[in-house]
Design a protein around this ligand. Structure first.
Ligand code: BG6
Length: 525
């Protein structure tokens, strides 16, 4: 217990920040009984409450079909917070104060009565700010997004025109469409009822501290930004690997696959932050303008290039860290002959002044040996003279690894001379770790994202043109894959780094994947 309290003290370091300027409001969660609500949203709101980041007054209303009372929902959430919140030791008094802000409203998303009941609940708070300033969080099936937005508008709960006195915003979870056409249609439908400024499309990677730090790192350090060009960079590797398989999400995954589930959003978002030009200022539109330019500059691929530059894979049985894993085709709600990819590796080029000719390699997969998200910038090798001309010496090219999770940090690789009279070289690392410099915790992505949405800052959310451009890229690849069955060489054993072809993809360019390593908790003294 003592240990837990110490952890919580560390957490409190993060709470000493100036609160964000958020006006009193109500957060309304559609899909109140769902997993996202109990695992992420309520624990994040609880942390924000403890960190005194929420406005006063403030309310949370959950809407779902099941029959519950405020009291029974609060009890459920209490158990969820104990299980999932960063705060491990929950003080009775803290929870008692927080739960007073939570209310439940029974209603069906398809039934106007549910919206009327919601309206009444909001009015009963007896404060115009709580019934007027509304953040709707759609943690519901994507097939319901349009309907909910339309009904909110019909019932007068959101207003596209008048946002001067009170504001209403809608947070939309991923997946935002399943291809370009459906994303465009969804955009058209929701923007009939909402202004683009009221739409907050989530990509939870943008809520991660380390992902935000990509911009801070690039644009507050002259030495690195000067090297961020085709003259100095040989290639870039972006890896988002996961130890987990698809688990209970087989049904969803059969419809999405790794390309739609991870590449269309998280990997392309990280890519755009790594490759973008400096924005003219640090506001939402300036940053998103630059990000979308990167996505638009990705060189389109012909069918032959897709075949050469994109590798897909699917796991069969194996072991991940000593645990036996089923083949994807044996997972629940997965077709026994499914050709859905659980792994993608690809090479792309960004055809702009800065990056012309520099390959960017992206890969992601499930049931890989480690869960790591990392960006690795490999610099050009030194010329083949002096040390490099000596075949008995190992001279590695410099690298810069931005470790997004876990063991968040930044690591610069260079060569050092081994002490002694010989002239042997050894690759060494200069290592910055968040937890040693800034303390053990960084805020959960959802804490930051909820707060930004309440504050009305859409920098960390995806704009309409970003989402559509990303779909266009992914659609092209899917179109070439078509219904083609997976070949034997496209399978990989669970617990390995993916199919052979992913290695070949890099070898062809004279490169190789640098697989992230498991890190020790503390750096050597
Ligand atoms: C989600 C995907 O968006 O991101 C999941 O749907 C994936 O399949 C998850 O597991 C990964 O997120 P994180 O934060 O654990 O890297």
């Amino acid at each position: 217990m003592e240990e837990l309290e110490q952890l919580d003290e560390l957490l409190d370091c993060w709470d000493s920040e100036e609160p964000r300027n958020v006006t009193p409001c109500t957060v309304v969660i559609f899909g109140a009984s769902g997993d996202l609500t109990s695992r992420k949203l309520i624990p994040a709101l609880f942390r924000l409450y403890l960190g005194k980041q929420l406005p006063d007054p403030f309310r949370i209303v959950g809407l779902a079909r099941r029959d519950k009372t405020d009291e029974s929902w609060r009890q459920e959430l209490r158990a969820a917070v104990e299980q999932f919140a960063r705060q491990r030791s929950i003080k009775e008094s803290q929870w008692a104060a927080f739960e007073k802000l939570i209310f439940y409203c029974q209603g069906d998303l398809t039934d106007p009565e549910g919206y009327q009941a919601l309206k009444k609940k909001l009015d009963d708070f007896g404060d115009e700010r709580l019934s007027g300033n509304l953040l709707f969080y759609l943690a519901v099936s994507p097939s319901r997004f349009t309907e909910v937005v339309r009904r909110l508008s019909e019932e007068g709960l959101v207003n596209k025109q008048a946002q001067e006195v009170h504001w209403q915003r809608v947070v939309i979870e991923k997946p935002f469409g399943h291809d370009l056409r459906s994303a465009q249609q969804l955009n058209r439908e929701i923007t009939e009822c909402l202004h683009e400024k009221q739409v907050f499309r989530i990509d939870h990677y943008l809520g991660k501290e380390t992902v935000q730090n990509i911009l801070a790192f690039r644009f507050s350090n002259a030495i690195f930004e000067n090297l961020w060009t085709r003259e100095a960079v040989d290639h870039v590797q972006i890896t988002v690997s996961e130890e987990i398989g698809v688990g209970t999400r087989g049904g969803y995954y059969e419809e999405s696959g790794a390309l739609r589930d991870m590449v269309q959003n998280h990997l392309l978002q990280v890519l755009s932050l790594v490759a973008m030009e400096p924005p003219v200022m640090l506001d939402a539109e300036a940053i998103r303008n630059e990000k979308v330019k990167v996505l638009r500059s990705i060189r389109p691929m012909s069918a032959a290039e897709v075949d050469r530059q994109v590798v897909r894979g699917q796991y069969f049985g194996g072991e991940v860290n000593g645990e036996t894993r089923l083949a994807y085709r044996s997972e629940g709600r997965v077709g026994t002959l499914s050709n859905v990819e659980t792994y993608v590796a690809l090479k792309l080029y960004i055809d702009n002044w800065r990056w012309s000719g520099v390959p960017f390699y992206l890969r992601t997969g499930k049931n890989l040996p480690l869960s790591v998200s990392e960006v690795r910038v490999q610099f050009r090798p030194v010329p083949n003279v002096l040390f490099a001309a000596n075949p008995s010496l190992r001279v590695d090219a410099n690298s810069l690894a931005l470790r997004l999770q876990p063991d968040e940090g930044i690591c610069l690789g260079f060569n050092g001379k081994l002490p002694g009279s010989n002239s042997r070289l050894e690759p060494v690392l200069m290592d910055f770790r968040y937890h040693t410099s800034f303390g053990a915790y960084t805020p959960e992505a959802y804490e930051r994202l909820l707060l930004e949405a309440m504050a009305g800052d859409s920098t960390l959310f995806i704009r309409r043109d970003e989402v559509e451009t990303a779909w266009a890229f992914v659609d092209r690849i899917r179109e070439v894959w078509g219904d083609r069955a997976l070949s034997n060489r496209e399978f990989y054993s669970a617990g390995t780094w993916g199919p052979e072809a992913a290695e070949t993809l890099l070898n062809q360019g004279g490169h190789q994947w640098i697989n992230p390593q498991k890190r020790r908790k503390k750096s050597k003294g």
